[in-house]
Write a protein that binds this ligand. Structure first.
Ligand code: ADP
Ligand code: MG
Length: 163
């Protein structure tokens, strides 16, 4: 496990961007699924913004609390062709996501999928999903906790270099 402390939204985005670049060329025979857990305002969407921007997404990343799922094409960095941002906050049942084609989405090796409030869809998450948790410490401080699988994926040193 790797626990990082960030002191601003910008720093959180930088950590996210570093991770994005680390995995941008990773081989995978299915989608890369990253789950983001933590209370409202703990920094999940902020993290997605930094992650997407580092992969060349220019479009504004909406807070999809009102949207369940949004896909952004990736044209610049790495081998992945699209980034999918999912927010399960308002999701009733996991089934609703299955109706939107979630199974095909997670099979697609061209995709990176970032899922907020993923604990709501535990039952349908792939086993190889990697987990990042966020904790609210003080107004501008957050803890970002990477699961062991994720620490394997990326170069730990590159992320730690930002701290
Ligand atoms: P979530 O998606 O988890 O609900 P958001 O990323 O939408 O959270 O919101 C986080 C809020 O906290 C934003 O208003 C952001 O500006 C603020 N914030 C303050 N400090 C930090 C930090 N270190 N990292 C991320 N967000 C922070
Ligand atoms: Mg959010």
């Amino acid at each position: 496990m790797l626990v990082l402390e960030t002191k601003s939204p910008k720093e959180t985005q930088k950590i996210a961007g570093t991770l994005a670049k680390e995995i941008a060329n990773k081989f995978s025979d299915s989608a890369i699924v990253i789950t983001l857990e933590g209370d409202l305002g703990s920094g999940k969407t902020t993290f997605v913004r930094g992650f997407a921007r580092a992969l060349g997404v220019k479009e504004k990343i909406s807070s999809p609390t009102f949207i369940l799922m949004k896909t952004y094409p990736l044209r610049r960095q790495g081998r992945f062709k699209h980034l999918v941002h999912i927010d399960c906050y308002r999701l009733g049942k996991p089934k609703e996501l299955l109706h939107l084609g979630f199974r095909d989405l997670i099979k697609d090796k061209d995709g990176i999928i970032l899922i907020e409030w993923a604990d709501k869809i535990k039952k349908i998450l792939p086993k190889n999903a990697v987990k990042i948790s966020f904790r609210h410490i003080s107004p501008n401080k957050r803890k970002v906790i990477f699961s062991p699988e994720l620490v394997e994926i990326k170069n730990r040193g590159a992320i730690e270099a930002y701290l």
